[in-house]
Design a protein around this ligand. Structure first.
Ligand code: CDP
Length: 233
């Protein structure tokens, strides 16, 4: 790519397990931009809360304790051969944050305004130089309302749950059932859409993508076309 070309911000939002991360990562690789998985940041905070006893038996979060601890939570990304790994206070937690244990608690953590403010500020700092692809729920609406390219990804819950269940199976998780994953996907959709602070919402200027019937290669091509169009190629 021409290095002198104007660098833009690409915001990819959408429902859980909609394939956002896969397409965002591949686009970033192809165009030489930085990729940030904002969901991984919410997942890392959730892992911290779980490990420090801030999530009660009934699934509710000790908001006060977590808010007080936010200054002690440092999240970073380490470039690796297979993309990048999430670091929580210097520890590689990439595997752990993808578990159903973390998925089951992440949405209640992500509703907490103090958590959102801290992570949104860090996400905006990552994008200061532009040249970034970020995926999440509120990237095109709250984090980068001025992003030059915004995509809103959706597919039916059953399709998304099947993808995520297969992914967990491939990673060696033989315990989680498809029904558990579907239930988690539907619960998170609901919490993510109905929370007060920056809920999952399509930005008015976003381009819709329903990738139910697309292969990974097809969605990658679709996205690169949108990118080329956005930068005037
Ligand atoms: O990969 P998956 O779609 O399962 O989820 P994720 O992108 O890793 O995000 C995990 C959770 O973090 C979501 O269900 C949201 O509750 C929360 N999240 C958020 O609130 N805002 C974001 N920008 C990204 C994630």
């Amino acid at each position: 790519m021409d290095n002198k070309a104007k660098k833009i911000i690409i915001a990819i939002d959408g429902f859980s397990s909609s394939g956002k991360s896969t397409m965002a990562k591949e686009l970033a690789r192809r165009i030489g931009y930085r990729y940030i998985d904002s969901g991984a940041m919410y997942r890392a905070v959730t892992l911290y809360a779980l490990d420090h006893g801030m999530i009660r038996e009934d699934g509710t979060v000790d908001t006060e304790a977590l808010t007080a601890a936010l200054g002690d939570i440092h999240i970073d990304f380490l470039p690796c051969a297979d993309g990048q790994h999430t670091l929580l206070n210097g520890r590689d937690v990439e595997q752990e944050i993808r578990s159903l244990r973390v998925s089951s608690s992440v949405s209640p953590v992500a509703v907490i305004p103090a958590v959102r403010h801290a992570l949104v500020a860090q996400q905006q700092a990552f994008g200061k130089e532009r040249g970034i692809v970020m995926d999440g729920r509120d990237i095109g609406t709250t984090v980068f309302p001025d992003a030059e390219l915004k995509i809103y990804v959706n597919a039916p819950a059953a399709t998304r749950a099947r993808r995520r269940w297969l992914e967990l199976q491939q990673k060696g998780d033989k315990d989680s059932t498809y029904e558990q994953v579907l239930e988690n996907v539907m619960t998170r959709d609901h919490i993510d859409m109905t929370r007060e602070e920056s809920p999952l919402r399509r930005a008015d200027d976003a381009i819709d993508l329903d990738n139910s019937d697309m292969t990974i290669e097809q969605q990658d091509e679709w996205l690169i076309d949108r990118f080329n169009h956005a930068v005037g190629k």
